[in-house]
Design a protein around this ligand. Sequence first.
Ligand code: 5GP
Length: 194
Amino acid sequence: MEQLRKKIKTDGSVLSSSILKVDAFLNHQIDPQLMNNIGLEFAKEFSESGVTKIVTIESSGIAPAVMAGLHLHVPVVFARKQKSLTLVNDLITASVYSFTKKESNEISVSRKFLNDNDTVLIIDDFLANGQAALGLEEIVSKTKASIAGFGIVIEKGFQDGGRLLREKGYRVESLAVIHSLENGSVEFENAEER
Ligand code: 5GP
C-alpha cells in the first residue's frame, strides 16, 4: 500500500535493526485518514471471504481493525491483555510472549463474542515473530469458528511470523512488508513479490 509505505518513510523511525517506531500514526498518535484507507484495503482483500467477525489485540490493533470492520460491516472483538473485573466468566485465553517487552501476557476474549459459525479475520498492527498472531489463532481455534486469514498493517519480513503463519496454510495479507531495517533505513520488499 503506497500511502502506508510513504508514511513509514516520512514519519516512522528506525529504533534498531529489528524495531520500527510508528507512534506518530499508528501506535500512539493515530492518523484517521490513513487508518480508514487501511481498513478499506483489508476490506477489499477479504471481501470474498465471508468474514463475519474481526479479532484483534489491544491496543494498537484496534484502530486498523475497527476501520476494516466498518468497511466489511462486521463487529470487531479485541483480545484483552489485562484481566477485567467485569470480564470473568467464560473466557477463552492464550499465552503470548512479547519479544519487544520480553514478557508473557495471558490474552483473553469472552466466549460470548465468538460464535462457532463465525468466519474470523485476524488483524494486527505488526507481524514480527508471530506470537501475537498465533495467540489470536489459538483463541479462535478453541471455538469452532473458522479463520479467513490475517490482515497485517506492517510485516517485518526478516522475522519468522509470516513464514510460520503461511506454513500453517493461512492467507496473510500485509499492507507493507519490510525487508530490512539495517543502517537506520527502511527497505521494503517488493510489493508485487507476494
Ligand atoms: P510478534 O508477536 O509477531 O513477535 O509481535 C507482534 C506485536 O509486537 C505487535 O502487536 C506489536 O505490538 C509488537 N511489535 C513487534 N515488532 C514491532 C516493531 O518493530 N515496532 C513496534 N512498534 N511494535 C512491534
